[in-house]
Design a protein around this ligand. Sequence first.
Ligand SMILES: Cc1cc2nc3c(=O)[nH]c(=O)nc-3n(C[C@H](O)[C@H](O)[C@H](O)COP(=O)(O)O)c2cc1C
Length: 363
Amino acid sequence: MNFKKIPKLKIGNLEAKIPIIQGGMAVGISLSGLASAVANAGGIGVIGTAGIGMLEPDAAKNFTEANKRALRKVIRKAKEMTRGIIGVNIMVALSDFYDMVKIVVEEKADLIFLGAGLPLKGLQMLVPDKLKKVKTKIVPIVSSSRAAKIIFQYWKKNYNHVPDAVVVEGPLAGGHLGFKKEQINNPDFTLEKILPEVISVIKPYEDEFDKGIPIIAAGGIYTGADIYKYIKLGAQGVQMATRFVTTYECDASIKFKETYLKCKKDDLMIIDSPVGLPGRAVKNKFLEEVSSGIRKPFKCSWKCLKTCNFKKAPYCIALALTNAQQGKLEDGFAFAGSNAYRADKIISVKELIANLSEEYEKA
Ligand SMILES: Cc1cc2nc3c(=O)[nH]c(=O)nc-3n(C[C@H](O)[C@H](O)[C@H](O)COP(=O)(O)O)c2cc1C
């Protein structure tokens, strides 16, 4: 492998050999297997936490404890499997958001990625000071320069500290999207447009806080040539998720991966998630039934997302995604980015990273 031309990615004192962050994927799509493989290949591996406790045997009875236990276990396992860089993705909308953040800090993960909401109050535990060292670097995920501005202004005023990097996620990403439905195909909301806007909002904070704050582009980035394009546009790295699903090391069942291999461009659809955000997923019978008004009864033993209106929701998203992760796609569905239809075989993470680096160099 020749990494001469693809640049490194520095976030504070962390240095990834290649500027690729594997986006955190819940429920259970990126756990210790995928995250450690990416870290071993020189990128940054990220564990997805939403619903992580669903994979524990006592999830229904004891969801908060199961969640905490599962997260601790997965971080420890990932660290046993690599000496590379490991991050954890936490949705701000989770009801046990603060418990999850606390575990990430205690377990000394390298980075914490905070998306699906604005990470503002109550995060003192992430701020280092004279009395406490915090190893975990903070990386919010935003979909607009407005969100970036609100977060940085708040952190400056309340913590006298600002995040260490920012992921800018455009509308071509998979999973929940930080856009209104009508913005998704609107040319004013493309990643190419939002990225430079976020860069100009963050730039002054680099001087003021005397640190580099790399901006990472995400959403629809699929090839080495795409990586090159966004680095040229001013990003210091990229976050990619969809492309990592069709690897041996991805923690989902083979049936989940096969939904990507089989899917066509037209099969990718935008859903109204019970979370209150649009999301991109692979169309299947389950989603077709839901769109035609069929309800999928469930018992909510623990309202896992603050924003979920579980009394009205036609199905439980945590359950549907857990079923999909385990290959039970008749009772769930796969989230996927807009490029999911492009995969035609499963390869190793090592091979994928080598291909991306080579494509980058050619570009
Ligand atoms: C199956 C799947 C699950 C995802 N789950 C999460 C999640 O739990 N939290 C999050 O912030 N982003 C999630 N995402 C978004 C990714 O982390 C990533 O930023 C995005 O998909 C990048 O676009 P790409 O998939 O086109 O590379 C998910 C994406 C996919 C495909």
